[in-house]
Every structure is written in C-alpha cells, then in structure tokens.
Write a new protein. Structure first.
Length: 288
C-alpha cells in the first residue's frame, strides 16, 4: 500500500476520502482517519465506495460483480467494493484513492471480479484494461520523467469456472533478477505498471481514449490485455490448450487479479511494493 499524506481537517463525519489531500492511496495516516471515523460514527459508517457506481451504457464495460475478495473487511481501503464501483484515476503523478488494497500473501492477495454474469468477448486489440494506482515519481535514464513508476505489480488471469485460469506469462526482464527496478520496461505482461488518467467523474474520456493506454500521449492509462496475444495461455493454474482456445474464441466470465509475488515468489518485490491497490477493470465488449 502506498503512503498517504492527509490534512487533518479533512477528517470529519462527512469525510469523502476522494476529496482529501494526498498523492496516493493507503498508509498509516489513512488507516488512522478511517479508525477515527469508525469511532465517531460506529456501525452507521458507510464507505465512500459503497455509495459510488460505475458508468454504463457507452461501450466501457466495468467489472461490476465482486465474486471473491477474502481480504475484504468492508472498511476503508479494505473494502472490496472499491474495486467494482468505477474507475477514478488521478493522472500521471497521483494514485487513485478509490481503491481496494490486497494483501501481499495468502488468500487476501487475490480478488476475483466479473461482469454481472456476462462474458468478456474477444475483440480487436486490447480486450480489457486493469487499473491499479501507480504514478510517475521521478527522472531516470536520459532525463525521461516517464520511466520511474511507483508500482505494485499484479498478475492477471482469466477463466470461466473460478478454478482453472489462463494468463499471459508475465516476465521481469531486468539484467539483475534479484534487484527491484521501477522502470516499467522490465515488467512485461504485468498490471499495476501504468498510471491512470481516465476518471469517470472528472475525466470521462471517449471510448477510444479509454482503450488507448498510452497515458503519456493522451490515453487513459492502465494496463491492457489482448486475448489474441501470443503469450496468452502460456501460464495459469489449470490452463490447457482446450481452455485457452475456448477463451480466445468465446471469451471469459471471470478475472483473477493477484499480487505478483504471491504467484512468482522469486520476484524482487519488497514490502513497499507488495500490497496492490485495485481501482477496477473495464472491458471493450461483453455479451449477456
């Protein structure tokens, strides 16, 4: 979970966390704020995420069904409803606060979402986008401000029965595999890597802009996945050629999002980068 700077005056009975100061989601200050609210309002407290809904009806299909979230407590950033209430990115240099924070290990390190019983269909180009809340943090190599990202990498798998999953064979390609480097170039086929500009409330974007993940050049950001990718089906628990071919031809029902290190234990991910914050998922085409 990322650190958060909170202005104390933001904490009140009418707090809506998205309006509080800060550069990203999470942290001890955020937890303290929610604890204070809980003490004041007791069982009447309602998370901001419980009052928000995803946009519908214009070719941006939000994963709006919470299938499984073992780590969810319903409070603050541990409320899994924050992963299905719509996308609210905060731009290149800020992380969204409308997120669900997963654990670094164990059952709470994964979440399964769906599309209210529909199936995500194969389409041209990117089929769906996963949004975490990474953000650019500085300058590396040739004074490029866009190759240093605060990231909490995710592994993405899709399936139809919540047991057998196919993924994209994620690979960390840094020359020293034991050293964490925050340049997205080395994180291939992971999610949680690209910052998010698309915000359904304040920066709704056209459908074309949403499905253009090049945030540096005006796209909506997030990490896109294509079922036609040659790497699809080369990883995942229970993934065989039959399941791979079925998904590529007929689509999938569920998406499983996992903290990367819980699946690839050798990845050099320390505690500061191991608790991903899920903003949500959108698909390009969904059938009933």
């Amino acid at each position: 979970m990322k650190s958060l700077r909170i202005i104390v005056s933001c904490v009140s009975l009418t707090l809506v966390l998205q309006n509080c100061g800060g550069s990203s989601g999470g942290g001890d200050a955020e937890a303290a704020a929610f604890a204070l609210i809980g003490n004041i309002s007791g069982s009447s407290y309602i998370s901001p995420c419980d009052t928000l809904t995803p946009e519908t009806g214009r070719g941006v299909f939000v994963a709006d069904e919470l299938v499984s979230a073992p780590g969810s407590t319903g409070i603050g950033y541990k409320n899994a409803n924050c992963a299905k209430d719509g996308i609210r990115g905060q731009g290149e240099f800020n992380g969204s606060l409308d997120v669900y924070t997963m654990g670094a290990s164990g059952s709470g390190a994964s979440i399964i979402l769906g599309w209210s019983g529909g199936k995500v269909q194969p389409s041209t180009g990117i089929d769906f986008i996963v949004y975490e809340n990474p953000f650019f943090i500085g300058v590396q190599n040739n004074s490029n401000p866009f190759n240093a990202v605060f990231m909490e990498p995710l592994i993405i798998e899709v399936g139809n029965d919540q047991t057998n999953w196919c993924g994209w064979n994620p690979a960390y390609t840094n020359a020293d595999p034991n050293t964490f480097v925050n340049n997205p170039t080395y994180w291939n086929r992971f999610a949680g890597i690209t910052p998010v500009a698309y915000n359904q409330d304040t920066n709704p974007m056209t459908v074309a802009e949403v499905f253009d993940t090049d945030i540096v050049n005006g796209g909506g950001g997030g990490d896109g996945f294509d079922l036609a990718d040659s790497n699809f089906g080369s990883s995942g628990t229970g993934c065989d050629s039959t399941l791979k071919n079925d998904i590529q031809a007929n689509g999938f029902t569920y998406i499983k999002i996992s903290a990367a290190k819980t699946i690839l234990s050798t990845l050099p991910i320390d505690s500061a980068h191991s608790n991903p914050d899920i903003d949500g998922v959108v698909a390009k085409s969904v059938s009933p």
